[in-house]
Design a protein around this ligand. Structure first.
Ligand code: HEM
Ligand code: HEM
Length: 460
């Protein structure tokens, strides 16, 4: 049908739904239209087994929904927020007290941002533990890591924007860490802060990175990520360790099978974020006061693990050598020599599962014991006063840790006669659990002067 002889409204409707136009479009025509729209960027069919919740836990989809919520609430916040030190804090107060739904929108942005970080971390773990890092998915792991860094940077830069005491001092601590990068540390810190101290230039730089640079990166990386999933023929097909990788299940149409599941996950997640956002306000301390530092001055929670490392290692090791080593390991992990047919099997095999449990239990015992021992017993400074601090608090403890990890790797590989996949995976578990425990210690078990304490002693 052509638009000749139609009313203005009908012509507008025709411009949106060409081809399917009727005088009154029925429900079926609308559905057809939206289905074909969806199928422009989703595959027609998916492997039935990949729909199992126990494969993805809906985590990738949740990350997408949360990024979308960050963009929409972030854009709304921009209408009120003013990125200059004299006005930033006041604009947040104004937003909370005078702007309709201002507090709610800020809360949604705050809780979604923090939840996003946790969800992306869990998605990263699920991808690793289901072996979705082997060819043809290797490069998608790298894109994923880049998105992880983007989400982390978003959270750090957003943290400063309210310009309260919490923000000012957490960012002072976080950017202070840059000083220890060998050779370029001071320059790098000045570049990030826009000068020697945190001030108007820092706020303006963080605002630009937060509201323009990172969103642009995410807008480029996300479609690339999804395209790589498509190019890999969809997600890894889940199976038990005994199942043959060739015996795959059949395909089912994306609509309604996948789309309905995605909608359910999105609705539940949004309901959860709304519930948290109406129940708990995003924190806001007193206005930033560069002359008054709180005690203890803590980094944002996602840096608590690194701040904890700083109490045990020389800053060059805690802030540069160890994180760079971990980053290099993460980037190169898909390119090690693997048995690629473990893709789709949780923890690679039954033996891989047992080894992962052994690694987790080892980390659960060894990490807190090492933290306490270092606080109460080990004192390299008193024992070896002649050594330089880099050797005493850097090379020496790092050599101990490395020797411990190498011994663990060798022992489990030998005891279980394990493959490369299983052994590398157990070291990965060791690191993840140890880092999680360090983060927990940093958040809840450190008090004034960063001394160890019980969480219930706060304020007593
Ligand atoms: C903003 C961050 C991210 C978003 C929005 C995102 C989104 C998604 C989505 C929607 C999927 C398909 C469904 C699913 O697996 O749940 C997926 C798969 C995948 N993601 Fe991510 N992701 C993000 C971060 C990451 C990270 C940090 C990594 C790893 C370092 C990663 C690696 C992968 C891989 C390898 C796949 C394919 C999995 C398979 O074939 O089974 N992604 N991602
Ligand atoms: C992955 C995406 C994003 C993350 C993880 C993120 C995270 C954050 C966080 C944690 C805060 C501090 C909130 C608080 O506790 O007060 C914040 C503030 C802010 N963000 Fe974002 N954000 C993202 C995207 C965006 C976008 C796309 C915009 C706008 C284009 C934006 C605009 C703002 C503004 C104006 C503030 C200051 C208001 C406030 O602090 O309440 N954000 N963001």
């Amino acid at each position: 049908m052509t638009p000749d002889g139609l009313t203005l409204l009908q012509r507008i409707r025709y411009s949106i739904f060409p081809g399917t136009f009727r005088k009154r479009m029925d429900r079926k025509s609308y559905l057809n239209f939206f289905n074909s729209l969806i199928l422009h960027f989703r595959p027609r069919s998916v492997q039935e087994r990949t729909l199992r919740f126990s494969l993805t836990w809906g985590l990738g989809g949740m990350a997408v929904v949360l990024v979308f919520m960050m963009f929409t609430t972030g854009l709304l916040l921009k209408f009120v927020y003013q990125p200059v030190p004299d006005r930033a804090y006041e604009s947040i107060i104004h937003l909370q007290n005078n702007v309709p739904f201002g507090q709610l929108i800020r809360n949604i942005h705050h809780w979604s941002g923090n939840t996003l970080l946790i969800i992306v971390f869990l998605h990263f773990l699920r991808v690793f533990f289901t072996g979705a890092i082997h060819p043809p998915r290797q490069f998608n792991w790298i894109i994923g890591l880049a998105m992880f860094l983007a989400v982390l940077t978003s959270n750090i830069t957003g943290y400063l924007l309210p310009w309260d005491q919490l923000a000012f001092w957490a960012i002072t601590i976080s950017t202070g860490m840059l000083e220890y990068v060998p050779g370029i540390g001071e320059g790098l810190q000045k570049l990030v802060r826009g000068g020697s101290d945190i001030g108007p230039a820092t706020l303006s730089i963080f605002f630009a990175i937060h509201t323009a640079v990172i969103p642009a990166c995410l807008l480029i990386l996300m479609p690339f990520h999804f395209w790589r999933v498509r190019k890999a023929g969809g997600l890894v097909v889940p199976r038990t360790p005994d199942e043959n990788p060739v015996s795959r299940g059949g395909s089912v149409p994306t609509i309604p099978n996948l789309i309905l599941r995605e909608i359910v996950v999105a609705v539940v997640l949004i309901a959860f974020i709304m519930l948290v956002s109406v129940s708990f306000n995003a924190p806001l301390g007193a206005k930033a006061n560069p002359g008054l530092s709180p005690n203890p001055t803590k980094a944002p929670w996602y840096f608590a693990g690194i701040q904890e490392l700083l109490l045990h290692f020389h800053p060059l090791f805690a802030l540069v050598i160890i994180p760079v080593f971990i980053l290099i390991a993460l980037v190169s992990i898909p390119y090690f020599n693997y048995q690629t047919e473990t893709a789709g099997v949780w923890f690679a095999s039954y033996r891989g599962r047992r080894m992962a449990v052994v690694a987790a239990v080892t980390a659960i015992f060894v990490t807190p014991i090492s933290v306490v021992a270092d606080e109460l017993v080990i004192d390299f400074t008193a024992w070896m006063p002649g050594l330089s601090p880099v050797v005493r608090n850097g090379i020496l403890p790092a050599a101990f840790v490395l020797a411990g990890i190498s011994m663990f790797y060798w022992l489990v590989k030998k005891k279980y006669a394990a493959t490369n996949n299983e052994s590398i995976q157990s070291v990965f578990v060791l690191f993840v659990v140890a880092f999680t425990i360090l983060t927990i210690v940093g958040i809840w078990f450190r008090g004034a002067g960063m001394a160890l304490m019980w969480p219930w002693e706060v304020g007593s």
